[in-house]
Ligand binder design. Structure first.
Ligand SMILES: [Zn+2]
Length: 524
C-alpha cells in the first residue's frame, strides 16, 4: 500500500494545471466538457524519459463484480495483428479512495479487475515506449509519439463513452493532435467523443515546431520534432496548403474542426491515416534530398487523401471497429489503390509536379505490376481479403500475391479512362468517387457491389464486366484503351533483368487526345 499513497498524491497533482497548454498551435478556442456526461479520463505523465516509460492514470465508471479491461490487437489502417499489451510493464487498479483492487491478467489482450460495489475505477499503468512505428509509442529526450491502440486501455462495453486526455509533459514541451482541445477542471484536455475517436487520434509532443494554415474553413497544423533536420518551414507550409486546397476542392469538402500533420523525423518510415490527422515517419537524411522531398509530398498527399477515402468514404467492414478482432474486407484496392491514384493526381493538378513527374510515378506502378508474377495468380479482391496473412499490411507482395496498392492504383488509371471513353468525356472516375462519398461517407459503409452500382449509376453504363475482369480476376490488364484516350504510349525497355515500362505523351497526339489528357491531368 506504500505505492498507493504515492499514487493518490500523484493523481491529485495530475489534476492541477500541468505543462500542457500550447498556445501557439491553433487550439486557443476551447470548449468545456459536459460535466454531466460520465467522461472517462486519461492523465498521461511523461516523467521517466531515460527509461522510456509513459505512465497513464485512467478513470472509468465501473459496475458489476468484475470489470474487463483491454488493449486493442490492431490499429485501423495498419493491417497487422499486434501485441500492445506486452509493453504494459506495470498495472494496478484502485477505487476512488485509493484502495487497491485485485487485477488479474485475463490472457490475450485483456485484464480483469474485481470491482464489487465499485462505482469508479482508477487504473494506473506504465507503458514502455521505445518502438519507432506509426502504430506504436516512442519517448525520447526530445519527443513523444503516442498512438491510440498502443496507449489507451479501456473497459469492455464502455467504448461509446466520451473521454478526455490530459497531458502532464516536461516543462516547455508542446503538443499536437487532431483531437479537440477543451477546458477540463483547472486545466485543459483533449476530448474524444468515444473510444474510436481516441484511438484514431495520435498525439505528438516535445520540442515541436508548429505551423498553421487554413483551407476551406478548416484549420490545419503541421507539427514536427525540431533538431533532426533543417526544414524550410515556408516551403513545407505552402506546398502542403497547395496539396490540401486541391484535395478539398476535389471532394467539395465542408469544414472540419481541424486537421493535424504530425511529422516524426526519425529513422523509420511509413505513415498512417486518421480522420483528423496523420502520423508519418520521415527519415531526416532522405527528407533533405530532392527525391526524398518529393516522396514526402507524395506520402502526405496519400495520407491526406485518406481522410476522405477510407476514413469517411469507407468499406462497410471498416467501422465501427472491433478492436479485439480484425476485419476482412475485399475493397482495400479502393481504399489504398484509388487513394494513391488520386493523391498523385492532386499533386499534378495543383501544379506541385509536372506531367513528366506524374507519368513517371504512374509508370513505376505499371512496371511494378507487370514485373509481379502474382498478378496472374491473385485478384485484387483476394489480395485485399488476404491482407492479414499474405503481406505486411499490403506491402511486400510475394510471387503468389499482387499488391492492392500497386494494382489498385493502375486499376484507377484504367477505370478512369474506361469511364471517360464510355461517356465520351462527359463523366470521369472523379464523379464516381464524389457520388460514392456523398452516399457512403459518414455512418454508412459500402459493399463491393455498392461501389460498382454507384459507378454504373453515375456513368449510365454497365460496368460489372470491367470489375469482374480487373478486380475479381487474376488476368493481365489491358492498357490500350487508356493510352488511346489520353494520347499516350508505353515504352518498353529491359533494366536489370526486369521490364521497364515508361508512359510518354505521343509525339503527334490528336487535338481530342490532348484535350482529354488536359482534362484528366489539369492545366497547371
Ligand atoms: Zn494508405
Amino acid at each position: 500500500m506504500k505505492f498507493v499513497q504515492g499514487f493518490v498524491l500523484a493523481f491529485v497533482v495530475a489534476l492541477l494545471p500541468v505543462h500542457m497548454a500550447c498556445a501557439a498551435n491553433g487550439q486557443k478556442k476551447t470548449q468545456a466538457v459536459d460535466q454531466a456526461k460520465p467522461s472517462i479520463e486519461y492523465v498521461i505523465h511523461v516523467k521517466d524519459i531515460p527509461g522510456q516509460i509513459v505512465e497513464v492514470d485512467a478513470t472509468f465508471p465501473a459496475s458489476g463484480a468484475d470489470t474487463t479491461l483491454y488493449l486493442p490487437v490492431w490499429t485501423p489502417g495498419y493491417y497487422v495483428k499486434e501485441d500492445y499489451k506486452k509493453n504494459v510493464v506495470r498495472i494496478n487498479a484502485y477505487d476512488k479512495s485509493g484502495n487497491e483492487l485485485k487485477i488479474a491478467d485475463a490472457g490475450g489482450n485483456r485484464w480483469t479487475v474485481a470491482t464489487p460495489g465499485i462505482k469508479e475505477l482508477v487504473v494506473r499503468y506504465a507503458l514502455l515506449a521505445k518502438e519507432r512505428s506509426v502504430s506504436r509509442n516512442e519517448l525520447t529526450s526530445s519527443y513523444l509519439v503516442l498512438n491510440g491502440s498502443a496507449t489507451y486501455i479501456t473497459v469492455k462495453g464502455e467504448e461509446s463513452l466520451a473521454r478526455v486526455v490530459v497531458l502532464d509533459l516536461p516543462k516547455g514541451w508542446k503538443n499536437a493532435t487532431g483531437l479537440k482541445r477543451v477546458k477540463h477542471g483547472h486545466s485543459y484536455g483533449y476530448l474524444a467523443e468515444n473510444y474510436e475517436e481516441l484511438v484514431d487520434s495520435p498525439i505528438m509532443a516535445g520540442d515541436l515546431e508548429i505551423l498553421e494554415f487554413t483551407s476551406m474553413g478548416t484549420p490545419h497544423l503541421i507539427a514536427y520534432n525540431r533538431g533532426a533536420v533543417a526544414v524550410d518551414n515556408e516551403k513545407v507550409r505552402s506546398n502542403l496548403k497547395t496539396m490540401v486546397d486541391e484535395t478539398r476542392k476535389f471532394w467539395h469538402a465542408k469544414p472540419w474542426r481541424k486537421y493535424a500533420f504530425l511529422l516524426a523525423f526519425r529513422n523509420s518510415g511509413g505513415g498512417l491515416e486518421h480522420a483528423h490527422s496523420t502520423l508519418v515517419n520521415l527519415n531526416p537524411e532522405r527528407f533533405s534530398t530532392a527525391a526524398g522531398y518529393d516522396s514526402f509530398l507524395a506520402l502526405l498527399a496519400h495520407e491526406y487523401q485518406h481522410s476522405f477515402n477510407v476514413k469517411r468514404l469507407r468499406p462497410l467492414e471498416l467501422g465501427p471497429f472491433d478492436y479485439e478482432s480484425t476485419p476482412t474486407v475485399s475493397t482495400l484496392w479502393i481504399s489504398e489503390g484509388l487513394t494513391s491514384y488520386y493523391s498523385n493526381l492532386m499533386l499534378k493538378r495543383s501544379g506541385l509536379i509536372g506531367t513528366d513527374g506524374y507519368l513517371d510515378m504512374l509508370s513505376k506502378q505499371i512496371s511494378a505490376l507487370q514485373n509481379s508474377p502474382g498478378r496472374l495468380k491473385q485478384s485484387l479482391a483476394q489480395s485485399s481479403l488476404g491482407v492479414w496473412s499474405n503481406s505486411n499490411s499490403g506491402i511486400g507482395a510475394s510471387d503468389q500475391t499482387v499488391s492492392y496498392y500497386i494494382k489498385g492504383e493502375v486499376a484507377g488509371f484504367l477505370l478512369d479512362a474506361h469511364i471517360r471513353k464510355l461517356t465520351d468525356g462527359a463523366v470521369s472516375l472523379d464523379d464516381v468517387m464524389r457520388a460514392a462519398y456523398a452516399k457512403y461517407s459518414g455512418d454508412k459503409g459500402f459493399r463491393p457491389e455498392d461501389f460498382t452500382a454507384v459507378a454504373e449509376s453515375v456513368t449510365g453504363h454497365p460496368l460489372k464486366d470491367w470489375f469482374d475482369k480487373v478486380v475479381e480476376s487474376p488476368v493481365e490488364v489491358d492498357y490500350s484503351e487508356a493510352l488511346g484516350w489520353y494520347g499516350l504510349d508505353l515504352q518498353k525497355a529491359e533494366e536489370k533483368g526486369k521490364q521497364k515500362l515508361t508512359l510518354y505523351v505521343l509525339k503527334n497526339p490528336s487535338q481530342k487526345q490532348s484535350a482529354q489528357r488536359l482534362d484528366w491531368l489539369g492545366r497547371k
